[in-house]
Design a protein around this ligand. Structure first.
Ligand code: SAM
Length: 422
């Protein structure tokens, strides 16, 4: 039985985008409540509560555009909040993260917004129901349930349009017994799909996927059982994505910046974060380079070494660089186990880092000990950024510029580009 609803004053927003009320028992997280609101909520244990009614709404509360938001879709956390307020909150989170690292009053730019219907990469959950139908969508908040997307205001329309025919195909795919996932990347050649399912793909399944690729205009469908290595199940043509002027053939499920607009904003902030005075033939080191999203634009400014841990991403980057005769050398390297050491870093005028969510503790420790003078750090996690920035500050780096990018509209995620020099 759920607890009785009680009244709470919402003081602030937590890092996951939940309203937080301070209570004698500690902070209480109330999803979908906003700062300044008086709400009733039912405590659900472990500092969590379920919103019951909003008694005094914030003037910043707005009607969520998507029906699934009200059903608890975990794809968005903040559709009930005015966008300008979200942009201010994201900027404040970056200011706080940098202040925690010791950079008080950092020169933080306004948040760069990205539009609705622009997400070109999504990791969607698949779940087969008792009647054989397949739900495709995001998990419901804090649950294994998959919300079958009948509308979506974040996905690129071309990706959303794929869901209805994909449901029909997956219904017949015996390799999907109960659950799986589909990473869908919208490339310039069309949608690229990586299916992960819970059973083996038999000959009938391969024929089904080959026919689906033809019919849906999808150049490639890759498949894997669980977390095993993927294989190409169907290919009707080449895959390609332009990164600046360079054509890349991304591997299945490749990391892409979530939207073209987000990518453009990050690339622009990285280029703007380079020192104004560079030597005549600068050498740039792009760490955690992926398929070269930043490496190719950086190659316009100098010779780039692009290091990345995924063998497939490095192969795609290397092939694209050779074909385009770009000044980019691709290196496969695990930067947690084998970070660039001070002696190697000596060769570079600028280091660009774009690490995964956990940050770049091992690599930043080596940069701190090196003679590197300029660094541009692209972050998708303000907590890791604060930790790594504190190390840089301790090593004498000052903060030159910082730009928050709201690449995941309506979510609590924050991307940022921060430039340091010493
Ligand atoms: C946030 S993505 C950035 C990719 C690229 N810079 C871009 O903008 O598309 C982080 C990248 O780090 C890579 N990565 C994760 N852990 C790594 C490690 N230990 N060593 C090297 N690369 C790693 C991932 O494969 C991924 O390509």
């Amino acid at each position: 039985m759920s607890a009785a609803a009680r009244r709470f004053a919402v003081a602030r927003l937590g890092s996951a985008g939940d309203g937080v009320a301070d209570t004698p028992d500690g902070p209480l997280h109330i999803p979908r409540a906003l700062p300044g609101e008086s709400v009733t909520a039912r405590p659900a244990g472990r500092g969590q509560a379920v919103l019951d009614t909003v008694e005094a709404p914030s003037p910043e509360r707005v009607a969520p555009p998507c029906a699934h938001f009200l059903e608890g879709c975990g794809g968005c956390a903040l559709q009930h909040w005015d966008l300008a307020a979200q942009a201010r909150w994201k900027r404040e989170r970056l200011i706080e993260a940098l202040a925690r690292a010791g950079f008080a009053e950092a020169p933080v730019a306004e948040t760069v917004a990205t539009p609705t219907d622009s997400r070109r990469r999504a990791d969607l959950a698949l779940r087969r129901a008792q009647d054989g139908s397949v739900a495709i969508g995001f998990h419901a908040r804090g649950s294994a349930e998959v919300l079958d997307l009948r509308e979506c205001h974040i996905l690129e329309p071309a990706l959303f349009a794929l869901l209805a025919p994909l449901r029909v195909v997956l219904r017949r795919l015996s390799a999907l017994a109960r659950e799986g996932s589909a990473v869908v990347n919208l490339l310039d050649s069309g949608p690229d799909i990586l299916l992960r399912t819970d059973k083996a793909l038999d000959a009938a399944g391969r024929r089904l996927l080959a026919a689906a690729a033809q019919q849906l205009g999808v150049p490639r469908i890759a498949w894997a059982q669980g977390e095993n290595l993927h294989e190409t199940a169907a290919q009707t043509g080449p895959v390609r994505l332009m990164l600046g002027a360079v054509e890349v053939a991304p591997p299945p499920g490749a990391f892409l910046q979530a939207s073209r607009e987000g990518e453009a904003a990050i690339v622009a902030a990285v280029l703007a974060g380079l020192p104004t005075k560079l030597p005549a033939r600068p050498k740039l080191l792009d760490l955690y380079a992926g398929i070269g999203t930043l490496s190719f634009p950086l190659a316009k400014r100098g010779r780039v070494t692009a290091a990345e841990g995924s063998a497939e991403a490095v192969a795609a980057l290397d092939a694209a660089a050779r074909k385009a005769v770009a000044r980019v050398e691709a290196v496969k390297r695990d930067l947690a186990r084998q970070p660039y050491l001070p002696a190697e870093l000596k060769a570079y005028d600028v280091v660009v880092l774009d690490p995964p969510y956990a940050g770049a503790a091992e690599q930043v420790a080596q940069i701190a000990r090196s003679a590197v003078r300029h660094l541009v750090y692209v972050s998708c996690n303000p907590v890791a950024l604060a930790r790594d920035a504190a190390v840089l500050r301790g090593a004498g780096f000052g903060l030159v510029s910082a730009t928050p990018v709201d690449q995941f509209r309506w979510s609590a995620h924050l991307e940022s580009v921060v430039s340091f020099s010493r």
